[in-house]
Design a protein around this ligand. Structure first.
Ligand SMILES: O=P(O)(O)O[C@H]1O[C@H](CO)[C@@H](O)[C@H]1O
Ligand SMILES: O=c1cc[nH]c(=O)[nH]1
Length: 235
């Protein structure tokens, strides 16, 4: 086992979905995968391996924020040699024409996290999704008749912030679509180890209009996002 994942080598597939919420991992395993085994319960951060359309695939909760997802992504890559990592998360929209329940493919991530500044000194690294995975996810969405949004997202270190609206308006003016809390870390760590990564996000609330989904909906009803991620993972 690794420090935070109680799995043996070989228990985790080379493709993995990464929801922030461990109960979303359980939901995905129970509703989309076959022949499922639970390989991790450490810290309640459930991890499962099963099959989807005959292909072996895992799903692992990551917790919220850059430090938490960084722990899981580092261990999944370094200890379990995972190759393809797809975050399936929620986000808050900041563009007027992005609606609650829309699905976003995060092409890139802007962030207030210090993670990359610590790694690169004064240089602003540009965390970017893997193009092949992004294209596979986009094509999957088109096949399903979904109108996916593709663009830059803001990975925030704060869920609650003073003067948030001012910042979000500025980011929206620069075409950033939505706010979440993990993509920048996923993209940077995947780049370091030359692995494929993508964040697929469902809009759970609209920061400008105040419209939102319930906690139960966040946990269970994001099936479009999950199917796009699963089908892209096995393409
Ligand atoms: O629904 P998840 O995947 O946790 O993603 C979003 O929800 C959490 C905040 O409520 C943050 O982790 C944010 O990135
Ligand atoms: O990080 C997040 C996730 C969902 N909604 C938000 O407003 N922020």
């Amino acid at each position: 086992m690794s420090t935070h994942i109680g799995a043996k080598k070989g228990d985790i597939a080379d493709k993995i979905l990464l929801p922030g919420d461990p109960l979303r991992a359980k939901y995905i395993a129970e509703n989309f995968l076959e022949d499922v085994t639970c390989y991790n319960e450490v810290r309640g951060m459930y991890g499962y391996t099963g099959t989807y359309k005959g292909e072996r695939i895992s799903v692992q909760g990551t917790g919220m924020g850059v430090p938490s997802i960084s722990i899981y992504v580092n261990e999944l890559i370094q200890e379990y040699d995972v190759q393809k990592l797809i975050r399936v998360g929620t986000c808050g929209a900041i563009q007027k024409d992005v609606k609650v329940r829309d699905v976003i493919l995060a092409q890139s991530s802007t962030s207030d996290s210090q993670m990359n500044r610590m790694v690169f000194g004064g240089i602003d690294f540009a965390p970017t999704a893997n193009f092949d995975l992004l294209k596979d996810a986009y094509d999957t969405g088109v096949e399903k008749g979904l109108k996916l949004r593709v663009g830059n997202v803001f990975t925030s270190d704060s869920f609650y912030r003073d003067n948030g609206l001012e910042l979000f308006e500025k980011l929206a003016n620069y075409q950033v679509l939505a706010v979440e809390m993990e993509a920048t870390a996923l993209y940077t760590i995947a780049a370091k180890y030359n692995r494929q990564a993508l964040a697929v996000l469902t809009v759970s609330d609209h920061i400008l209009t105040g419209e939102e989904t319930s906690a139960e909906e966040r946990q269970t009803t994001f099936n479009d996002m999950i199917e796009v991620a699963l089908d892209a993972a096995i393409k």
